[in-house]
Design a protein. Structure first.
Lengths: 543, 389
């Protein structure tokens, strides 16, 4: 995040430089900036601090990149003529020297020909403050917002006059609000602030209501009893709202985990529920989906890079087909011979899973493969106190879409009708002319295809490796067992319940123990309801 | 669920033979042969080692296989005779192994890296101040040996009591046993558990004063394992031929019928489950000193399923077959992972598929069919022959 901000600032600074420099020409302003910069050669820490202060005092936006470079330790001076330059590393232990203001290349020299202008942490703070002041007047509102936020964090009383001046000149409402908050935070640093100012400031902090605001209030120690009471109440209010937000965050993360579980388990619910087949190779079908995504992206990368953002839309149907085909092969080749022997099916499909795993390991290698996020799936946005990443949001939506698609297939299509008929009474369905063998193959293929789709989604948030499937298989079985086999709604309820339960337990017990607790809970739960939350009723159970 | 129907589809080895109903002897020809082979191994392997025909490591390897064989026999009693497929049997094995490992850890005393007389190295490393309560008593061998049987037995009792009481059967039971071992694996990976975290327990020095690194101790442990296999086999055999054994087979073939006949099915199942878990624990306790390490990886669901394939390959419901299967698969694993590491999972996976589809009765089943065929060509009814034996 910080890096992004910094690069934004740098970019803005550079842009301004290109736009402004020709207009300015060699103005007196630039000359004085250059004079100041040249003082950096052979300066001690105090000297550097003076330079920084006077650079900031110029109010010239072109000095911002220089200060950034100084903070990053990229400013050097040449030993031969004490010229102060910015340097970037090039191979063979050489440095390319650039003009600190314009960025024009001056020379390329050996490292020992130059000496670095060293900065310590005190200086870095000085630079940050100076940059904050500089950027408060920047023409770009994002930069100004950012500067206000920076001042809020540093809460340096010395910056108050500059901030007041900037606030008076500010026209943008959002920026002004951010500046007022920063001002309030700075005021609360000082126990001597007048009671009326302090009261408004406290209210502002409560309004803001995040953990930074809480820290400001916690650091406020007025002599006035009424004020300190107000601050304490403010802390309590913020704590309450923070707790609410953390619950919301837990729910969100639980939904996110639940959607992943749902994707992994829903195909299993079909094969297990409709056919009574325990498919231990389900995780490997998920893995095949993820590798299909990888292959599609590789192909796009080499031959059609402009399609990269579309890669998932291409990969999804392909993954569905690939995994579905593999699934049909498994059904026709292995499972078919084992109907009515669920334990043997379990063993045989486990064998298939080992073979698939090793096959993928032999073809693609044992290491993690990199699958990229398309642009619409990267990044995050803030919703109140929540940070929501796009990829998680899309995966939740995707899981729900797959769920609705499956509901549609089961309820509204011929295949779904036949599947339900076979579930309810296999012999009767066969007598009615349904080709149960064909329905079995299609059902298995459908479940496998859904696993492939899950793989596409998982490739966006997890490592794509031959072990991908293994890490989900036990969890997805738990979802099916908990939710009740043969019921899509059961899988939905099971996945989200387990996901949210996991995330709520995690803060108290740690991630691993949370998982263990959930497993123990399920083991106990299935004592009470041996066939899950949404059990099939009637004779179908015994079939 | 459809376990009942499932078992009917493939007649289990004894089902349908008149001989099943007769009271059988503790040891038939096959049983005697098995015990003789075990004795031959216990005597022959050390002798071959002494003459130099067998390298030292092979003795420990045989000892390891024998532990696996005992584990397979334990699972066969449960799965082959009672129809309960446990996908978490390696958990009992590992618990037994940990109990013994804890004793061996205490035996190290102040010879560890940190030379702390009370705390094992990993606890010193994690800044633990004193021995947790559940480690107390493990400095005594008899206590550790008891715990190696008691802890798996207790877990099996609690787990089974809950599961069988609420009639969780078939694949559901298999899946929650798998969840059990998975949960244990995750728990044992945690350093806070006090069992060494993901490194497990290792660096053992000696047991009962015998140096674990010496060849004599290793040979002794191998012979002990062989004796344990023999005892485990005899116990299982005794259960199988007893009247309770008939009930247990009845439960496998038609659980609800046995219930209607008035048998307390839960009790029988629980008995078999606990006995099987304790035998698995014994196997684990013998395994740890021979391989010199026990870590949470032993709890992984894949390990448990591998035990199932040993039994399936050898022929379930035969006890002897389970031991044979364990040795075949373990030996194949040793050879193949050494020669073609890539191929091993293909072979193992293929074995699962092949055995379940083409050899539902395992190696011994194929053997029986061949022998029967031979007798038929000589004009004698195999059933009569079997009755005669």
């Amino acid at each position: 995040m910080l890096r992004v901000i910094r690069s934004v600032i740098t970019c803005v600074g550079l842009l301004q430089m290109f736009m402004l420099v020709p207009a300015y020409g060699q103005t007196s302003g630039e000359t004085s900036v250059r004079d100041e910069i040249s003082q950096l050669a052979e300066a001690d820490f105090d000297g550097i601090a003076d330079v920084i202060t006077s650079l900031a005092a110029t109010g010239d936006p072109t000095v911002a990149p220089v200060l950034h470079a100084l903070r990053a330790g990229d400013i050097y001076w040449r030993k031969s003529d004490q010229l102060v330059v910015r340097a970037e590393k090039i191979p063979k232990r050489m440095l390319r020297l650039l003009d600190p203001l314009t960025g024009a290349v001056i020379d390329e020299v050996k490292k020992r020909k130059v000496s670095k202008v060293k900065v310590n942490n005190t200086l870095r703070r000085t630079i940050d403050t100076a940059l904050g002041n500089l950027t408060l007047r920047s023409p770009d509102r994002i930069v100004r917002l950012d500067a206000a936020a920076q001042l809020f964090k540093n809460r340096d009383p010395d910056t108050l006059p500059i901030l007041d001046a900037a606030l008076a000149a500010e026209t943008d409402d959002d920026v002004a609000a951010a500046m007022r908050e920063a001002r309030a935070a700075i005021l609360l640093q000082d126990a001597e602030t007048s009671p009326s100012d302090a009261r408004t400031a406290i209210e502002m902090m409560i309004e803001r209501g995040d953990s930074d605001a809480r820290n400001v209030l916690a650091g406020y120690a007025p002599k006035n009893a009424a004020l300190s009471l107000a601050a304490e109440e403010g802390i309590a209010t913020i704590d309450r709202s923070l707790r609410l937000w953390s619950y919301a965050q837990n729910v969100w993360q639980g939904l996110s985990l639940g959607s992943v579980l749902l994707l992994a388990a829903i195909g299993l619910a079909i094969t297990f529920g409709v056919m009574g087949v325990i498919n231990m190779a389900h995780g490997e079908l998920v893995m095949i989906g993820a590798y299909t995504t990888f292959v599609v992206q590789e192909f796009i990368r080499t031959s059609a890079p402009y399609l990269f953002d579309m890669s998932l839309f291409i990969a999804a149907p392909l993954a569905f087909l690939t995994a579905g085909l593999v699934g049909i092969c498994i059904e026709r080749g292995v499972v078919r011979f084992l109907y009515g022997r669920p334990l043997e099916t379990l063993l045989a499909t486990w064998g298939v899973s080992l073979i698939l795993q090793q096959a993928v390991r032999s073809i693609f290698g044992p290491n993690n493969r990199e699958v990229g996020n398309p642009s619409f799936m990267s990044g995050a946005f803030e919703l109140g106190g929540l940070t929501i990443t796009w990829n998680r949001l899309w995966i939740i939506l995707f899981a729900l879409a797959v769920f609705v698609f499956l509901l549609f297939v089961m309820r509204r299509t011929m295949l779904g009708l036949q599947m339900r008929a076979v579930t309810q009474n296999r012999a009767m369905a066969a007598n009615m002319g349904i080709r149960t063998g064909w329905v079995d193959a299609m059902t298995f293929g459908l479940g496998a295809g859904i696993a492939g789709l899950a793989g596409v989604a998982l490739s966006q948030i997890d490592n794509v490796s031959p072990n991908l499937g293994q890490s989900y298989i036990v969890d997805s079985f738990m979802v099916v067992v908990f939710g009740g086999a043969g019921n899509l709604w059961g899988a939905l309820a099971g996945a989200f319940t387990l996901g949210i339960a996991n995330k709520f337990l995690e803060p108290f017990s740690g991630a691993v123990l949370a998982k263990v607790l959930v497993l123990i809970f399920i083991i106990l739960f299935i004592q009470k309801r041996p066939r899950g939350l949404f059990a099939l009723k009637g004779r179908a159970v015994e079939a | 669920m459809s376990a009942v129907k499932g078992e009917r589809a493939v007649p289990a080895p004894q089902a349908g033979h008149a001989a099943t109903l007769n009271r059988r002897r503790l040891l038939n020809t096959r049983g005697w042969t098995f015990l003789l082979v075990l004795a031959a191994v216990a005597v022959g392997v050390p002798w071959l080692n002494a003459t130099g025909a067998l390298p030292d490591y092979a003795v420990s390897l045989v000892g390891k296989y024998l532990c696996f064989a005992l584990l397979a026999i334990a699972l066969d009693l449960l799965w082959g005779y009672c129809g309960i497929l446990s996908l978490g049997h390696a958990a009992f094995f590992a618990l037994g192994g940990y109990a013994m490992g804890m004793h061996l850890m205490r035996e190290i005393g102040d010879r560890g890296v940190y030379a702390n007389p009370d705390l094992p190295d990993f606890m010193v490393f994690l800044n633990w101040q004193e021995l947790p309560w559940f480690w107390s008593g493990f400095d005594m061998f008899w206590f550790a040996a008891l715990m190696a049987l008691f802890v798996p037995g207790l877990l099996a009792f609690v787990f089974g009591w809950f599961a069988f009481r609420s009639r969780v059967t078939g694949v559901y039971l298999s899946i929650i046993t798998q969840a059990m071992t998975y949960a244990l694996m995750l728990a044992f990976f945690r350093n806070e558990m006090g069992f060494g975290g993901n490194n497990g327990l290792t660096d053992f020095k000696d047991v009962l004063g015998f140096d674990l690194a010496s060849q004599e101790t290793r040979t002794g442990l191998m012979v002990l394992s062989a004796i344990a296999v023999a005892i485990g086999f005899l116990i299982c055999r005794a259960v199988v031929i007893s009247k309770a054994g008939k009930v247990i087979v009845g439960i496998r073939d038609a659980e609800s019928r046995m219930r209607f006949l008035g048998y307390r099915v839960e009790g029988y199942k629980l008995f078999v489950f606990v006995l099987s878990a304790m035998l698995a624990g014994l196997a684990g306790a013998l395994y740890t000193p021979q391989v010199g390490i026990i870590n949470p990886g032993e709890f992984s669901p894949a390990n448990s399923i591998e035990v199932v394939i040993w039994v399936a390959l050898g022929g379930r419901g035969t006890l002897v077959g389970a031991a044979i299967g364990a040795v075949i698969v373990a030996a194949a694993k040793t050879v193949l992972t050494g020669l073609f590491p890539e191929a091993w999972l293909f072979v193992l996976g293929g074995m699962f598929v092949f055995v379940t589809i083409f050899m539902p009765r395992g190696v011994l089943g194929v053997w029986d069919a061949m022998v029967d065929g031979m007798w038929q060509t000589r004009g004698m009814d195999p059933r009569e022959r079997r009755l005669a034996s």
